[in-house]
Design a protein around this ligand. Structure first.
Ligand code: LLP
Length: 417
């Protein structure tokens, strides 16, 4: 099912007209399709069904509680990278035994919080973190189920180098050559329960080959670890499954499964997946209103009420997002424009040199495939209250985060007497 499309030339999310949502909630507005989130989770679970998958949805991609409740209801879990994400996941009803904790900089209080929640696994990324986890677990009288995140030294073809994490010259994971020795050490620590092995090579990867290379390396290590007496239970292949930002058909879970299942199956290990964008990206879009259209030095600027504080990706990673008119009118002339926001920086844009039907002031535009790393990376820069978020389910729509107010902006501040 396509979550967004035109009916009678007007953009809809499932059965609800975008214009109706804007009339109710204003702009800028994030709109999510519940059907798309459910559907994408179940496609992933189905494709990897033979490996008893734990689908640990990556909360950082979109951590709205309503989204996390859909994840919980689907029987999926969470990949978290902070105490705040753990708090969100638990609040939304995702049980501790379905949560994995990744990240290079977990604090002592975050580790303690996760130990108390009895999470499925800590993906440990340094010797120092291993020591801290061991000491805390002993102090709390528990054993920490853990995996080492191994750096496989695989270069992954991500659209921007900021989101490639599998090569040896990044801060991520334990160097491949050092992993076996650190596992040996971990095996002797009383607070540590060695359970698995973890790898994550980057985000928005549209080629199965780098995943295969990484998993292949890790599978070789599994044999060594078993020879050393570790009783492994799972192999976490991380996230990073790419989606199509162009409207062209992208890869589907079956493609990733066909590439990875034959590698993992012989190990007998359970697979853990940490998909974020694959689940939430195509399930959301950002609605904005055109404020002004102006021409300067031969260029046309379409100025919308959504800016880089609402959707950072185009500015930060030069990411491409389609811009769709709310009113599809095939007769309209096309122009090449920059779609920009109200923020006082030249880097504030949603699209550059984009050919599109000539937008008029007052009309609505949709930034496509904005459900992942959209709202979750939004800020209040320029003292702009963050956008509202709406969840559409069939013909129903629910406000799942109200628009921030000016009072919200200053709420945490402490005024000096
Ligand atoms: N697991 C780990 C350990 C991760 O670091 C990430 C993403 C994921 C899973 C989920 O990756 P996904 O399936 O969503 O690709 N802000 C960037 C993306 C940063 C991804 C960071 N880590 C963007 O907007 O493209």
């Amino acid at each position: 099912m396509e979550p967004f499309g035109y009916r009678d030339e007007r953009l809809h999310c499932e059965a609800v007209a975008a214009s109706k949502l804007v009339a109710a909630y204003g702009t800028p507005l994030y709109v999510y399709s519940a059907g798309a989130i459910r559907g994408r989770l179940s496609e992933l679970a189905g494709a990897f069904a033979t490996l008893d998958p734990l689908l640990a949805y990556s909360v950082k991609s979109n951590g709205n509680l309503a989204v996390l409740r859909l994840v919980a209801a689907a029987g999926a879990g969470a990949d978290i990278v902070s105490g705040g994400e753990l708090y969100r996941a638990r609040l939304a009803g995702i049980p501790g035994e379905r949560i994995v904790f990744s990240g290079v900089g977990k604090t002592v209080s975050e580790l303690a919080m996760a130990l108390r929640e009895g999470i499925y696994a800590f993906n440990v990324e340094s010797a120092g973190e291993l020591e801290a986890l061991n000491e805390l677990a002993i102090a709390l009288g528990v054993r920490a189920r853990m995996a080492l995140r191994v750096n496989p030294d695989v270069l992954s073809p991500t659209p921007h180098h900021y989101t490639a994490t599998g090569h040896s010259t990044t801060k991520f994971g334990i160097p491949f050559e050092e992993a076996r020795a650190l596992y040996r050490h971990a095996g002797g620590l009383p607070g540590i329960d060695v359970r698995g092995i973890d790898v994550h090579i980057g985000s928005q990867i549209l080629d199965v080959a780098p995943f295969q290379r990484a998993v292949q390396r890790v599978v070789e290590l599994v044999a060594d670890l078993r020879a050393d007496g570790h009783r492994l239970e799972f192999l976490d292949v991380g996230g990073g499954f790419g989606v199509s930002y162009t409207g062209e058909p992208g890869l589907v879970p079956r493609d990733f499964a066909d590439a990875l299942v034959p590698l993992v199956r012989p190990t007998g290990l359970r697979i853990v997946l940490e998909p974020g964008r694959y689940v939430s990206g195509p399930a959301g879009l950002l609605l904005a209103r055109v404020l002004y259209v102006k021409r300067m030095a031969g260029k046309t600027y379409v100025i919308t009420d959504a800016g880089m504080n609402d959707l950072l990706r185009p500015s930060h990673y030069a990411s491409y997002h389609r811009i769709l008119p709310e009113h599809h009118d095939p007769g309209r002339p096309e122009v090449v424009v920059d779609v920009v926001g109200p923020i006082c920086e030249s880097g504030d844009f949603l699209a550059l040199d984009r050919r599109m039907p000539h937008p008029e002031p007052g009309e609505l535009l949709a930034v496509d495939t904005a459900g992942a790393y959209g709202f979750s990376m939004a800020s209040t820069y320029n003292a702009r209250p963050r956008a509202a978020e709406v969840l559409v389910d069939g013909a129903q729509h629910h406000l799942v985060r109200r628009r921030e107010t000016y009072a919200d902006l200053v709420l945490p501040e402490v005024e000096l007497a």
